[in-house]
Design a protein around this ligand. Structure first.
Ligand code: AHR
Length: 638
């Protein structure tokens, strides 16, 4: 969705915007003086980005557009988890998870379907209900596929149907005429007609004759963003695009580390054909399909014009398991170097060639590599030595890469340190000056995870105020803070979908919505500029926060003011160093009546930014901030 679609435009009269001569206010009105001709520092061009990992069904059941749940037949729930038998009429069958045969080394298992009795009217097979439903839209082609082998040809054709749960109506159907006795893949389109959009559907795969047939990797994809094969959900990609993110931090988060060392994110097991990806357990208590693999992360960056920020596994997993620096760590360091080569190497390198084989000959530009995640949790004290070993090895081959540390490091100065903040709004209000006095000669800062944690599953308006206040502090300090990313980004709002409360964007199978915090970020990153202006603020209360930036080329000034108080707040705004402002400016407002007000799947746009044109304002004018509001004024100062 384009940003200007998010920002509804109303007439000035409709919003009763007030910008009056300064004399109309009382003498105790706070005065904000902006020194237009005195930029004090640069704004980092990469300030706002995204952080992502497999949590809250962010990829499987979320961004990754696959519609079949447990497509590789992991056992569970007394059989193959999420798979059930279809037995029409008087058909008879049994389902048996089979560990002895599968389509590949990575997927050595399958679901064995033994059909004792079936005919054309009494078909037998398996069904899957997707991730809380299978969303179907009218006149749309869905790309289906499966791997299968049959005991012999007598089992005949396999019919694949998409069936409406309520009506039983078959809304799309495809026939695979025959399945051979060796594992092979079968592809088929499924096209819907003039149906009503709904997620109350399931997938059926049936046969009309007795026999035995094995399945694995049963898959169904809707149209994806940029029509990528194995691609992403369109609505979620559009929501991220509206945030204009500069980078993507991946693959975690805890997801990078895993609970145990063998459960870490092993990038080599996430590349190439899906049939060669074994899947792995995530620390967020479900199996990851790894359909969102290393190349898919990179293509996601490409699609949204973000730079990748690659976190490499650094020898620590969350159950206090670590690998000591030295020879034992060396294989992990080599693995990271190969991963960087897969991302950045030309096709004449081993791993660059592998990337080309996977479909992407062009290398990706990479500037930042992060060594581990939240290594302050490692109580062994091994991080400094582990970081140093990665740092030296990476810098030797890639001297231009910036190497991010995830904890304090002794004996070596990291290029960048990753700080994380999960707080209540009041705590952020009290901490907005956190970085104001930090030594500028130390490492740069990456605020790689931050969020006001109020509201569930997604943040409420009170959280958006905390976020906006915190962002004013980050912008003011963006000479030091090179990047920042909110976390977590996504949550599937269905029961059981969430492992972590207060997530930026919520969704179910059919639709998605941005929280008030999401809209605060859309506003901030769309009105950023490249320099911070000097200012003074006299008389402002404890719940007023602001940031002033400017685009040095166009002269457009962005004044962001957060009023986290329940009372409207008059202020006087003075601009020095400029004699006039152009007529046209805008005022964008995000506000709510209460801190608890929020958006949801049922009411996705209750709280959205509203933009009005400013009347001509002078270089000294009064303005009243609404109660509980985040406002951005765009003023043309050239
Ligand atoms: O964002 C959720 C989790 O919080 C991340 O996985 C982890 O890095 C942090 O503790």
């Amino acid at each position: 969705m384009a940003t200007n679609m998010l920002l509804k435009t109303f007439s000035v009269a409709a919003l009763a915007f007030v910008a009056v001569a300064a004399s109309a206010q009382t003498s105790d009105t706070p005065v904000l003086t902006i020194n237009v001709d005195k930029p004090i520092t640069k704004v980092s061009p990469t300030l706002y980005g995204l952080m992502t990992e497999e949590i809250n069904y962010s990829y499987d059941g979320g961004l990754y557009a696959e519609l079949v749940r447990n497509r590789t037949f992991r056992p569970g729930n007394g059989g193959a988890d999420r798979w059930y038998s279809v037995h029409k009429g008087n058909s008879l069958l049994s389902l048996q998870p089979d560990k002895t045969t599968g389509p590949s080394e990575a997927l050595p298992n399958s679901l064995k379907v033994v059909v004792d009795q079936a005919d054309a009217q009494s078909q037998a097979g398996i069904e899957n209900g997707g991730y809380w439903g299978i969303p179907l839209r009218p006149n749309t082609v869905y790309q289906g596929s499966f791997y299968a082998k049959a005991a012999d040809a007598s089992i005949g054709a396999v019919t694949v149907r998409l069936v409406n749960d309520d009506s039983g109506e078959v809304v799309a159907q495809a026939i695979v005429p025959a399945v051979t006795s060796n594992w092979a893949s079968y592809d088929f389109p499924l096209k819907t007609g003039a149906i009503r959009p709904s997620s109350l559907n399931h997938l059926e795969v049936t046969v009309a004759h007795p026999g035995t047939i094995w399945f694995n990797l049963v898959s169904l994809f809707p149209p994806t963003y940029n029509n990528r094969v194995n691609g992403n959900r369109i609505d979620l990609m559009e929501k991220m695009a509206a945030m204009k993110p500069a980078f993507l931090r991946f693959p975690g988060g805890n997801y990078l580390e895993g609970d145990h060392i063998p459960e870490r994110y092993q990038w080599k097991k996430t590349i190439g054909p899906l049939v060669d990806r074994p899947t792995h357990p995530s620390p967020w208590r479900y199996q990851s399909s790894d359909g969102m693999g290393l190349l898919e992360f990179l293509e996601w960056c490409e699609d949204l014009h973000m730079q990748p920020l690659l976190a490499v596994y650094a020898g620590y997993s969350m159950a206090q398991e670590h690998v000591d620096a030295g020879p034992n760590l060396e294989p992990y360091v080599q693995d990271a170097l190969e991963e960087i080569e897969y991302v950045t190497g030309s096709t004449s390198t081993k791993w660059g060639a592998e990337r080309a084989k996977d479909g992407h000959p062009a290398p990706f530009k990479l500037s930042y590599v992060e060594v581990g995640n939240e290594d302050w949790f490692d109580r062994s004290g091994s991080y400094s030595a582990r970081y140093a070993q990665f740092y030296h090895a990476i810098k030797t081959v890639y001297p231009d890469l910036q190497i991010i540390a995830t904890a304090q490091v002794k004996g070596i100065k990291p290029d960048v340190v990753d700080d994380h903040f999960y707080k209540r709004a009041d705590q952020f209000f009290a901490d907005v000056h956190h970085y104001d006095n930090i030594d500028r000669n130390g490492p740069k800062i990456f605020v790689g995870e931050w969020a006001t944690r109020e509201g569930s599953p997604t943040p409420n308006f009170g959280a958006a105020l905390g976020d906006a206040a915190w962002m004013t502090g980050m912008e003011r300090n963006s000479d030091l803070i090179v990047m920042a990313s909110y976390a977590p980004l996504f949550v599937n709002v269905n029961p059981g979908g969430m492992q972590w409360e207060s997530d930026l964007i919520g969704y179910d199978a059919m639709s998605s919505y941005g929280s008030p915090s999401y809209y605060a970020q859309v506003m901030f990153s769309n009105h950023l500029g490249d320099e911070v202006l000097g200012s003074t603020f006299e008389g402002g209360g404890p719940r007023l926060f602001y940031s002033i930036t400017r685009d040095s080329k166009t002269g457009r000034l962005f004044l962001k003011i957060v009023n986290a108080s329940s009372a409207p707040q008059p202020i006087e705004i003075k601009l020095t160093g400029t004699t006039s402002l152009k007529n046209i400016g805008t005022l964008t407002t995000l506000s709510a009546k209460t801190l608890e007000a929020t958006n949801s799947i049922q009411a996705p746009t209750k709280i959205v930014p509203v933009t009005v044109r400013l009347p001509k304002v002078s270089t000294d004018f009064n303005h009243t901030l609404p109660a509980y509001s985040i406002q951005i004024m765009d003023l043309d100062t050239k």
